[in-house]
Write a protein that binds this ligand. Sequence first.
Ligand SMILES: [Zn+2]
Length: 372
Amino acid sequence: MLKAYKYRLYPSESQIEILVKHIGACRFTYNWALEQKNKAYEVDKKYLSRFELQHRLVHDLKPNNEWLKEVNSQSLLNTLINLESAFTRFFREKKGFPNFKSRKNPVQSFQIPQHYSVDFETDTIKLPKLKQPIKAKLHRKFEGKLKTATVSITPTGKYYISILVDDGKELPEKEMFDEKSTLGIDVGLTHFAILSNGEKIDNPKHLRNSMDRMKILQKRTSKKQKGSKNRNKARLAVSTLHEKIRNQRTDFLHKTSSKLISENQAIAVETLNISGMLKNHCLAQAIGDVSWSVFFRQLEYKAERYGKTLLKIGQFEPSSKLCNVCGFHNGKMTLKDRYWSCPECNTEHDRDINAAINIKKFALQNQNLLNI
Ligand SMILES: [Zn+2]
């Protein structure tokens, strides 16, 4: 089983110089490879394979760019693998065409596929091309085989390493589930998530406070003159708060997904229309959207890890309009209606809880675990 462990790094000035060089060189190589592929296709209608690119990297790009030799060559080769997967996603899942990497991306990173080591005794990590090990805060121990590591730098200059570890264990067998041990989850605008057992989960207060503060900071930044010292200062404050929000959110999502997976045998969700969501520019909404897709991914891999089942149903618009008791379709309901009473069976409904119950019902029907 693969698990990721993320640690804060505390590199020295000279180590920072080398890490930054790696990030720059990997971005440079990735963009060069993408350009080679684009050109080959435009000019000769030819598809350049990763191995052809690898050949050109070694025999053309590197001899003409001496500085690339100061960088771990496996990290450079790894960018070609990443580019290949970006193209696979594009062709197979019709996801966006691979983009050039910009130095303006908020988080910059590079990968190390092997030949690095972690020392829990001295709290250090040894990376290729760096003579001295880097100080790290190794707050969690692990055992297993080291796979790819990713070193990243945040907009406020913090360094992290995320290490993929294979513990050699098989995934557990799936546990049986039935109606009682299955939970339906609906994500909504009024709450982070609504559960079929009637529970509503909100973003924690400290995260909401940070999000409110973000609105104020962004407004303040936009009023400052472009290029001025004050604007730069304000922008740094925005980046710092962004990082804080990201950490608070990650923490909340992990706690919530772990709790739900441990308490239930199966979880039913409605697949989200992510592309539709990305068009939404409202900040709080944007943060919510990202949260949901991260949350669903966490539910998915935690279900795998603990032998639970994640049931996904396609987006189903009337899930909030159908009475979960008698199946009556309330066509008159608008987005504003939070509560309604079913004219057929007189059940009083909370719109969101009714939707969560329906999601659970549809998911179980798909499994033939529910007869109606
Ligand atoms: Zn009804």
